[in-house]
Design a protein around this ligand. Sequence first.
Ligand code: NAD
Length: 443
Amino acid sequence: MKITVIGTGYVGLVSGACLAEMGNDVLCLDLDASKIARLKDGQIPIFEPDLDGVVARNVAARRLHFTTDVEEAVRFGTIQFIAVGTPPDEDGSADLQYVLAAARNIGRLMTDYKVIVDKSTVPVGTADKVHAAIADELAKRDVQLPYSVVSNPEFLKEGAAVEDFMKPDRIVIGADDDRAIHLMRALYAPFQRNRDKLLVMDVRSAELTKYAANAMLATRISFMNELALLAEKLGADIELVRQGIGSDPRIGYSFLYAGCGYGGSCFPKDVKALIRTGNDNGHALQVLTAVEAANDTQKSVLEKKLVQRFGEDLRGHHFALWGLAFKPDTDDMREAPSLVLIEALLARGATICAYDPVAMTEAKRVLGERPSLGYASTPDNALEGADALVIVTEWKEFRSPDFSRIKKQLRHPVVVDGRNIYQPALVAGFDLEYYSIGRKQAE
Ligand code: NAD
């Protein structure tokens, strides 16, 4: 099949590359000329495990192409995926300007039947707006052409995006016309050979499904984070509680880890957008409003622990930070808890040396040059002369460190772990003071 993917970010590039991997002819469009230039040059603009191999293989096989030419892109694919960003607007709602601009381009330039697939996360009612934008452009041209608009939200996780796209748990298709459903079934058939994963539903339900999924996951995290803070007050251990409840199949183990708050490009904005949708429809989402508030509180939890240990005024104090990305296996810094912590510590006069295996370039871009913020080339180098080690992202390479070396390099023997990656008794065995989330400090 001939497919155009509009927007070549985390979702667009992964979708395009994986669809090409199954033998389709894919043209990826982006308005960011530097991104397309890098891709044409064989560089991958984001860090995503296995993506480089899939892209290289399909470029070499001439199934995957990149362009900034909107007209070429619209003419190319019968299926036009819209995978552009939907960032939060000032009022919390999803900003649809990029989605609707893409839709208008399609209406302005299409010459034959198209299936327009909303892959971006968009509020309920967006498919109607996409439909109307295309109809408007066709009317301006005084032509009538057939087209279908389908909702196909994406559930991939950054850090495992290729794996998730190639082996999806489910494929949600919101559509109400048979021709489009038939095409989508054929397109996704190779991704579901062992069982039928296609959930075909009406467009509005599909649009809401994506928000419901992210809102549910965010809810689990905030719930555990709130309980973790209570556990600290009660002298209980949230890790034991997590196992105690996760073993119930009705609850399950996933997404029950207490930490220093959820971040990333999806949960914060999607929770906000769904709250906004609720308010716009006269139905305040009380649970979700609390989920968001709890997460805001949680993003300050590491700062609070450092203040408790070193005092309100952190001038003259220097901290080592391990982990900057919002989660492991990505370089994505959007809404990362590290950003909140870094701003708070710098505002209190501290200095910081940070290390992250892949996100330092992106962190430098986002945070800019700060005299009090340095970056280390290894985790060890970051520790030199620090008053405490603070773990913000649970990268695998931080899980089994040499604690005696940590002890030797730190000025104070303090480890503050925002992801509960160590056993308190083990760390205490090295004469390190160990503070984590929702657990007692080991004696
Ligand atoms: P991104 O910011 O990484 O990429 C978006 C790309 O679209 C950018 O490269 C931008 O230049 C391009 N673009 C914007 N307007 C364009 C236009 N009119 N024509 C062509 N290109 C255009 O975004 P992302 O993280 O890939 O997210 C895309 C959408 O998918 C969002 O709605 C997001 O919520 C959703 N989503 C993201 C993830 C994720 O893990 N990142 C997962 C599931 C769903």
